[in-house]
Design a protein around this ligand. Structure first.
Ligand code: FO1
Length: 324
């Protein structure tokens, strides 16, 4: 059973932990050695203090590798911030980014390998040699793609700021007039991405941010088209009229999509989606050409998360059977 999961940060990582639990429980319908390939969003990446920081790749790697700060959902457990304090003491900007000491080692390894000419995919593989996440973690592209957010500049004009500044410093409270994947149109899928999608039995879209996480992965030319040829089941990141976590509503508003389980499925579209899991609160959701099923979607603990992953996998296998 080969499963491909395009993923962002916290929601995607937790969903993957549940999916791993389902497959490790031997509940694998096809009976083969299960293999999960994650296509990680790199649009959140930022260069700070000479370091290349890849929040969504690191969140997946730490969460599945056992090093994540569980309460925050990002960064390392048992973290300290001495480096951050020392940089601030020198007046270095920015001070709003929570750069942890343990986390910094990851970024130093990455910066050193990239400076030596290794592509991000090779760096990610090397970092995963330590963390052993139990999935194959591929960046969506080895090219530089960064999500920037266009906001009002207060003088009647507009300016673009890096997604991380908008997300962390401004808590996504500045109305986003536009969200741009800088470099996306010139990027190409990282080595192995299109092959993994072509060989996948099913593709699962976790409840990651549909705009800046899943949307960024779909924005790499060639990836959406490849996914459309597979059997895809998504899990709604919106329950009722609010995101389960994070600030997906602020992102959806920026692209003119209503914050709703049905609206997000319509945004992904029936060419991409074969199935869509919604929470009981959204039971009435109906999308032309998409098989909608409802179940409790709060990933409140490992058991409920595994149940969601199980339901998504079962629906995908059911729909795959139909389209064969
Ligand atoms: N999120 C915050 O809200 N505050 C932070 O200071 C912060 C630092 C940070 C450092 C490394 C990293 O991998 C993630 C970090 N995040 C922080 C989370 C990050 O902004 C988001 O998780 C993703 O970019 C969106 O999924």
């Amino acid at each position: 059973m080969r499963i491909v999961v395009p993923a962002g940060g916290i929601g995607g990582a937790r969903f993957l932990r549940g999916l791993k639990a389902v497959l490790e429980a031997g509940a694998d319908p096809a009976g083969e050695e299960p293999a999960i390939t994650v296509i990680g969003n790199t649009g959140d990446d930022i260069t700070l203090f000479g370091l290349r920081i890849c929040p969504d790749l690191d969140t997946v790697m730490y969460t599945l590798g056992g090093g994540i700060n569980e309460e925050q959902g990002w960064g390392r457990a048992d973290e300290s911030f001495t480096l951050k304090e020392e940089l601030a003491a020198y007046g270095m900007q920015p001070t709003w980014f929570g750069l942890g000491d343990r986390d910094a080692a990851t970024h130093i390894v990455r910066a050193q390998m990239m400076a030596a000419g290794y592509p991000l995919s090779a760096v990610t593989e090397a970092l995963c040699d330590r963390w052993r996440p139990g999935v194959r973690l591929l960046p969506m592209t080895d090219d530089r793609v960064e999500t920037h957010v266009v906001v009002d500049d207060g003088d009647g004009g507009r300016r673009a700021i890096h997604f991380q500044e908008w997300w962390i410093r401004h808590r996504a409270a500045l109305p986003a007039r536009e969200i741009i994947g800088v470099g996306a149109d010139r990027s190409s899928p990282a080595p192995g991405v299109l092959e993994a999608i072509a060989e996948a039995d099913v593709v699962l879209l976790p409840p990651s941010n549909p705009v800046v996480s899943i949307g960024s992965v779909l924005g790499v030319p060639g990836i959406r088209e490849a996914l459309e040829r597979s059997t895809v089941v998504g899990v709604s990141p919106i329950i009722g009229d609010a995101p389960v976590r994070g600030m997906a509503d602020a992102c959806l508003k920026a692209i003119g999509v209503e914050t709703g389980a049905q609206a997000v499925a319509e945004h992904y579209g029936p060419r991409l989606l074969d199935g869509w899991l919604v929470d009981k609160a959204d039971e009435g959701a109906a999308v032309e050409g998409v098989e909608v099923r409802s179940m409790p979607l709060y990933m409140s603990d490992p058991e409920s998360t595994a149940a969601i992953a199980r339901a998504a996998l079962d629906l995908a296998m059911e729909l795959k059977g139909r389209t064969r």
